[in-house]
Design a protein around this ligand. Structure first.
Ligand SMILES: *Cc1c(COP(=O)(O)O)cnc(C)c1O
Length: 421
């Protein structure tokens, strides 16, 4: 039999990994609840939800059943000229969950593709409305929106993992990362920085693009919700569209169903992904309002996107079940219990030397170190401690499945404590 790890090392790329000198890998054979089981029999408590996705835990019987039931009916059928109940019913759920004005749905294959579609929406909007010069984007430093070219162009130029492409990407505008933290009022610097950029450049700007409140892979930073209010106000005043990337924040992770629910505003386009199928498979969506939907076609044209696997019925069926599970699971109290425990147990690590900052929002806990960590070494120690935590740069963070029990969360926190002391 092939040695899995050896073959993998020789032939498979992993995310952001060198083929010449790859980081070591662990072989998983199964996963159940909050546990990932390795080939050698070790079981690890998962602190990552497989990158924000597995909110209900792994191998969930109801998600599995939704998938299997749908395979018996129709695994896939083209979405060009054909529709089906899984797509329609999921769209209905998404329309009901998101802010009221967002009632048009585009299904995409992944978060990055959803961002591409969102950017096409705002570009096409101005093109169709005889303002083709409004084709640049404004965003904030420290963002991450995916790995495709359009998405990369709004990622942080330095920490967004795409600095090697600066010469081929369109040059968009970046406001400094808001320094006002979540829970704080917006300070004058943040207000003035954004306002000035919009005032100066609105004639060439199509949209303002933000990860609301929680910036994920660009640095795990949580900023003041008042920034979103300012964003909406400036977009109204200077005629910009507002795009929210809730691919990481959606479905309860921040303590609200969507981060936008912390404020009483609505974006023009909102992207969801990651936890949409509860971690079972890839699916994302862009929701847009009436203005966008009709504006794109003001010149008689159509939205120019249509992936092969658009609205895949298996993915839509699982997503629909995942949302139903959320609704019956009292996710709000699960997330708030995780939050309370992280506030209590993780925050004190902020006093340790080498720790720069500890921050917590919803079911997300972040320990930021003074310097980048040795990922290989830490990963190995975490596995020895019986947990799965994958740091990046100077960040060691937790975003566990919502079903995580207090003793399991304690083990995750203790593991972090033991590697940082
Ligand atoms: C992960 C992520 C994306 C990209 O999603 P993929 O499914 O990996 O393409 C986009 N935006 C945010 C905020 C993300 O966290």
């Amino acid at each position: 039999m092939t040695d899995i790890l050896e073959f993998d090392r020789q032939h498979l790329w992993h995310p952001y990994t060198s083929m010449v000198d790859p980081l070591p890998c662990y072989e998983a054979v199964s996963a159940e609840g909050v546990m990932i089981r390795l080939r050698d029999g070790r079981e690890l408590i998962d602190g990552m939800s497989s990158w924000w996705c597995a909110i209900h835990g792994y191998n969930h019987p109801e998600l599995n059943r939704a998938l299997v039931d749908q395979t018996r009916k129709m695994s896939h059928v083209m979405f060009g000229g054909i529709t089906h109940a899984p797509a329609v019913e999921l769209a209905q759920q998404l329309i009901d969950l998101t802010p009221p004005s967002l009632d048009r749905v585009f299904f995409a294959d992944s978060g990055s593709v959803a961002m591409e579609v969102a950017l096409k929406m705002v570009m096409q909007y101005w093109f169709a409305n005889d303002r083709p010069e409004k084709h640049r984007l404004l965003t904030i430093a420290g963002g991450y929106h995916g790995d495709t070219f359009g998405a990369m162009s709004v990622c942080d130029p330095v920490t967004g993992m795409h600095e090697k492409f600066v010469n081929v990407l369109p040059k968009h505008l970046f406001a400094p990362r808001p320094s006002s933290r979540f829970g704080e009022e917006l300070n004058d610097d943040d207000r003035n920085n954004l306002t000035k950029l919009v005032e100066t450049h609105h004639n060439e700007l199509a949209a303002l693009v933000l990860e609301p409140i929680v910036q994920g892979a660009g640095g795990m930073w949580f900023y003041s919700s008042e920034y979103l209010r300012l964003a909406r106000q400036l977009c109204n005043e200077f005629d910009l569209l507002l795009v929210f990337d809730e691919i990481a924040t959606g479905f309860g992770r921040t303590g609200e169903m969507f981060a936008v629910d912390y404020v009483n505003i609505e974006p023009d386009v909102l992207c969801v992904g990651k936890a949409l199928t509860g971690g079972t498979m890839t699916l994302a969506a862009c929701l847009a309002n009436e203005r966008i939907a009709t504006g794109i076609s003001a010149d008689g044209g159509a939205l120019m996107h249509g992936p092969t696997f658009m609205a895949n019925p298996l993915a839509c069926s699982v997503a629909k079940k995942s949302i139903e599970l959320l609704e019956v699971s009292d996710w709000r109290s699960c997330v708030s219990k995780i939050n309370a425990q992280l506030q209590q147990d993780l925050r004190p690590l902020g006093n340790l030397s080498g720790v720069h900052d500890v921050r917590v929002i919803g079911a997300i806990g972040v320990v930021q170190m003074d310097a980048p960590v040795n990922v290989v070494q830490l990963q190995k120690r975490f596995v020895e401690e019986g947990v799965w935590i994958r740091p990046f740069n100077d960040l060691i963070y937790l975003m566990p499945p919502y079903i995580t029990q207090p003793e399991e969360l304690s083990m995750l926190v203790s593991a972090i404590e033991s590697v940082v002391t």
